[in-house]
Design a protein around this ligand. Structure first.
Ligand code: SAM
Length: 288
């Protein structure tokens, strides 16, 4: 038996569940699931199955379904239990609750009403991907899922352009190619990136390359499984502007405005749009 029944004080206990391999659950998470007075979950079936795998008995407890859109009824049942001094364990379907998953409203209300809110922490796809991506880990920004439509997605990516850290996205395999293409378009194809797929599972895979190369590789390719996409921060701050201007002027001697902008943005790993604007202006001055 891997768990112990422990005395849990009253409060809300967020419980992290595995993101693939069932044995990634922590011993403390099992203790909390075995011992809480009430259990609630985003997906009652998957939590029941996980408890079965680890031999944690329900012991007469019903798993209460809860996500942030369940309505006040479900939340009130949990709040009532906390009010009565009970311990409530809450797990999302996979990984850490609240991380692109429900639990935020519940935790906030429980804290506001003065209850203990704590967590049996564990795996999260974002943290595992960051560990494997080969991109800097000193600072990072978790951006969750990008919008579905290309226009809204590009606007969101544009807003993330200057973030001085590794960007972390969750992405569906169906949208991966379109998303890579938009990232490449807005941030420049030379930015380093990584695709972490099926983490902790049989077909775990990490691909590390530039956004341009990954876009070429995944366009038209069918991909399966769960994916975390990571992108390096921009390094444009360190580029000397007059150096870029000089390179652009030189490139315009032998190239069209469009080609000169492409060449220089690649050469200095800077976004293409401002370089194109500059090239357009320089081209006009040159011809006018
Ligand atoms: N709460 C979870 C966590 O802490 O990672 C995330 C839940 S979110 C609804 C599901 C998304 O997380 C998937 O679409 C995928 O982007 C990412 N994800 C979850 N498990 C994964 C895995 N094993 N490998 C890669 N990505 C995963």
């Amino acid at each position: 038996m891997n768990f112990q029944k422990i005395r849990l004080g009253a409060g809300l206990y967020f419980v992290a569940t595995p993101i693939g391999t069932a044995r990634d659950i922590t011993l403390r998470a099992l203790d909390v699931l075995a011992s809480a007075d009430m259990i609630a979950a985003e997906d009652t079936r998957s939590l029941r199955k996980l408890m079965e795998i680890h031999g944690v008995p329900l012991a007469g407890r019903r798993i209460q379904a809860y996500h942030d859109h369940s309505g006040v009824g479900a939340r009130n049942r949990i709040m009532d239990a906390l009010e009565q001094g009970m311990s409530v364990a809450y797990a999302s379907e996979a990984g850490m609750p609240l991380i692109a998953d429900p639990g935020y409203d519940l935790g906030r209300q429980a804290a506001e009403e003065g209850h203990l809110v704590t967590c049996a922490p564990g795996p999260s796809a974002a943290m595992m991907a960051l560990t494997l991506a080969g991109l800097p880990t000193d600072a990072f920004f978790f951006a969750g899922f990008l919008p579905n439509s290309s226009g809204a997605r590009k606007t969101k990516i544009e807003a993330l352009r200057e973030i001085p850290g590794t960007l972390i996205f969750y992405e569906s395999p169906k949208r991966l190619a379109a998303c890579l293409s938009d990232l490449s378009h807005v941030l420049g194809e030379n930015r380093k990136a990584a695709i972490c797929r099926e983490l902790t599972k049989k077909f775990e895979e990490v691909r590390r390359a530039t956004l341009g190369d990954l876009t070429a590789e995944y366009t038209g390719k069918s991909v399966k499984g769960e994916i975390v996409l990571l992108v390096d921060r921009g390094h444009s701050q360190s580029v000397n502007e007059s150096e870029v201007d000089e390179a652009l002027a030189k490139a315009l001697e032998t190239h069209s405005v469009r080609d000169a902008a492409d060449l220089v943005s690649k050469m200095y790993d800077v976004p293409r749009r401002p370089i194109y604007q500059k090239a357009l202006k320089l081209g006009k001055e040159r011809n006018g």
